[in-house]
Every structure is written in C-alpha cells, then in structure tokens.
Design a protein around this ligand. Structure first.
Ligand SMILES: NC(=O)CC[C@H](N)C(=O)O
Length: 430
C-alpha cells in the first residue's frame, strides 16, 4: 500500500554516481579592454578567442548554447548556478514531421561559456550527461568560479567586448595585445552556418513556405512544420526571386553576426517586396534584413539584449497581437534597426522594447496591401516565454488565406521540367 507514496528518483542517483568533479585546472578570461578574471576550467581544455556577451536567462542553457546566433561568442550567464539539470540527448527521429534535433542545432555554437558556479551534480529525467561532459565532447571550454556579476556590470557599461579564454598552461602567458583579439563581427558567420543546399521538411504539408536560412534555430523550423507547412530551407543568399512563385510564403530566420554581411540578401529581398505580394515573416536577423530591404539602417547596440525576460510593447494590432499590450520575449541580439522619423513609406513600427526603446518589430502598413512582419525577439522561444508563439499561426494562416484566394502559381523555374513532357505527349498523338 505504501509503495505508491514513495517518490522514485532513479536519474538522480545514477547521475550522482557517474559525474566527475570540476578540474582544478586554472582558466582566465582576458578582455580586450584590459581586465582579467581568474577561475577554474571545465569542459574542453582549449584556449579560444571570441566576443564576450551576457545573457540574463535563468534556464535553457542547452537551447541558448545550441542557438547558431551565439556563434563566435563567449557567453556569460548571469544566473549564478548553471548545469543543474544536465544536458538531454540531442537525437530526435528524422521523420519529416520534425527537424532532426532535440535542441536548437547539431552542436554547441557558442565559442565558450562562463558561469559563476557550474553544477557538478545534475538531475533531470531527460539528462544524459553533465554540462561539463557535453562541453568537452563538443570541444567547447568553460570557466567557473568567476564573479559573473562583475563581468556583466563591465560589459553593460563598456559594451560587448572581445575576449580570450586561456586554459591551463596558457594562463601563465601575458594577456594578448589588443591587435591579437579575433573579432567575429568582421566575418560573415551566416555564410559559415547556413545550409549549403536546399532541403525540404514535411513534404506533405498543406502550404509551401520557403525559409532563407541565416543560421536557423530548430524551433523556428519546428514551429512552421507543426502548423502543417511544407518547409523548403534555402541558403541565405539563394536567388529566391527565381523560384518565388512556387511558394505561398517566405520566412527569414535568425542568424549570427553583423547583418551588414547579409546586404546581398537584403537587396534581393527588396526586389521580392516590390514584385511579390505573399506573406513574409522574419525573426531577429531575418527582421533586420527585412528592415534593411525596406530602407531602414541597422546599428550595433552597446551590449545588445540577451535573455528570456525582455518586455516589448505592441504599437499595432495584427493577428494574435494586440496594440497596447506588453509581451515578455526571448532575445539574443547585438544589432537593431534604427528608429527613424518618418518610417519608410508603407512601413510602421510594430513593437518597441520597454527597457531601452529599441525597435522590436516592423510591419507593412494596411494601406500597403502587403503582409510583411519582422520581429527582433524570438516568438518560438526555446528557451523563454511563449507569449508571442501565435505569430507563427498568424503567418501560416495568412499564407493559407492568400493561397485560397490566388492559388500557388508555378514558377518559371518549374516550367522547363513540365513543358518538354507535355510537348512530347502532344507530338506523339499528332
Ligand atoms: N538572433 C539573431 O538572429 C541575432 C541577429 C544578429 N546577429 C544580431 O546580433 O543582432
């Protein structure tokens, strides 16, 4: 009888037995601005360079670290204890209904992580390894035992700063010269991470959405697939205009680095906006590209916004979004669109950040006759709140409505495939 009152915690006891303690190997974070922070190494014993940023998220370190937008960045977590629920398996069955991974991409994207106190013991029913073991397997270094509040205060005041993580023997070396620091914002990180070849997810979906991949988080693709969209993922600089009429909508994803490297995509999108009237939705980098195509400028913020608690005020209503409401959002960005007066013809601000008044969204005006939205935050969360997840439903519904009214027109690119067959058939019967 009593057995049913006994709570069983099998994963806890198993993990406690298998988890190794943090090494006593020294690790140092050097900042280009001259400060150094001394702690202990965990994860891979590898010295690296990167751009030092902080995130105020309390949970979801696994999702943040696999978010391709963190590529090249040394991620400082302000939450003092990280790792206590371990790391789940990243394997998900590739059944065309899902996207092949459980987390946000194949592996860890951040260059390194910095935590106040890494949890050596972890407990979660899905956990298969510790944060430290996962970092080691992915060749990603970590530092624990440093004052992350001090680092965060510095970064908040002086802005995102280039950094160097020195591990073990390298900690005896002097801090690098300013000229030695690697600056990821000088590189086209999107080109490194974007798919090289187009591929299709959920081929039986009821509407066809093309996705320009700037470094897509898996949950963006999942959020479309789960709304019954057939998703064609295209390289970031793909000539979408050549095939656009095969699709019922266009989606532009998040992505790492400076959006200026993606001007080529923004210019192509300008043509799309001029000549194509189907729904378009962009998130984060995708939103910045839409803004640049619309004629807005993007600028580098001091320390950006990274965290899962960013309040944004809706300035306009559209679909599930109601003007005047505040939504709490998940964010990870360093750049933003400049608020300008007046806004380009046919466009209006959609959301504004309640903390720093940065532009959080833009949309086409109702007079423009278009259905185009971009948001700086992440409605798909992973991690973070789902306040704005219905924006995906809004987008898919708009694509379906457009298709119901006008149908999907076959593109010129498809014609050569069909025309010879039809001609041959006609010739044979003549
Ligand atoms: N998450 C993103 O897409 C970020 C966009 C861009 N890399 C920025 O930092 O602003």
């Amino acid at each position: 009888m009593l057995a049913r009152y006994i709570v069983r915690v099998p994963t806890l006891s198993r993990n406690l037995a298998t988890h190794a303690p943090t090494s006593a190997v020294a690790a140092t974070l050097h900042l280009k601005s001259g400060q150094s922070f001394y702690g202990k190494s965990f994860g891979a014993p590898r010295s690296i360079f990167g751009e030092t940023v902080f995130s105020t998220s309390i949970t979801s370190y696994t999702e943040s670290m696999t978010d391709p937008s963190y590529r090249g960045q040394i991620l400082v977590f302000t939450s003092p204890l990280i790792g206590n629920y371990g790391v789940p398996s990243n394997k998900a069955p590739f059944d065309s209904q899902d996207v092949g991974v459980y987390l946000e991409s194949q592996g860890i994207q951040a260059a390194a992580i910095i935590v106040g106190d890494v949890a050596e013991k972890f407990s979660h029913y899905k956990a298969v390894e510790s944060l430290s073991e996962w970092c080691k397997r992915n060749n990603v270094p970590g530092i624990t035992g440093v004052d992350t509040r001090a680092i965060t205060t510095l970064l908040r005041d002086q802005g995102t700063t280039l950094g160097r993580i020195a591990i073990g023997e390298d900690t005896a070396l002097p801090a690098p010269d300013a000229s030695e620091y690697w600056d990821p914002s000088k590189e086209n990180l999107v080109d490194q991470i974007s798919t090289k070849e187009p591929y299709v997810l959920n081929p039986t979906g009821s509407i066809k959405i093309a996705v320009l991949d700037f470094g897509a988080k898996a949950n963006i693709l999942r959020s479309l697939v789960r709304r019954d969209a057939q998703v064609t993922v295209l390289p970031w600089n793909y000539d979408f205009n050549a095939v656009r009429d095969q699709y019922d909508g266009l989606f532009l994803t998040n992505g790492p680095g400076d959006p200026a490297h993606c001007m080529e995509a923004a210019l192509k999108l300008r043509t799309t906006l001029e000549e194509w009237d189907k729904p378009i939705f962009g998130i984060c980098m995708g939103h910045q590209i839409i803004g640049m195509a619309a004629g807005l400028d993007a600028y580098r913020m001091t320390f950006g916004n990274r965290g899962h608690n960013q309040p944004v005020l809706a300035l306009a209503s559209a679909g599930s979004i109601k003007a005047g409401r505040v939504y709490v959002t998940s964010q990870n960005h360093q750049y933003a669109l400049k608020l300008q007066e007046p806004f380009p013809q046919g466009w209006e601000p959609f959301f504004i950040n309640c903390n720093d008044s940065s532009v959080e969204g833009i949309k086409s005006t109702s007079e423009s006759g278009k259905k185009v939205w971009g948001v700086q935050f992440h409605p798909e969360s992973a991690g973070g709140p789902l306040d704005t997840i219905e924006m995906f439903t809004d987008f898919v519904s708009e694509c379906k409505a457009h298709k119901a009214e006008f149908g999907t027109v076959k593109a010129a690119a498809e014609v050569p495939l069909e025309v010879p067959v039809k001609r041959a058939a006609v010739a044979a019967t003549a």
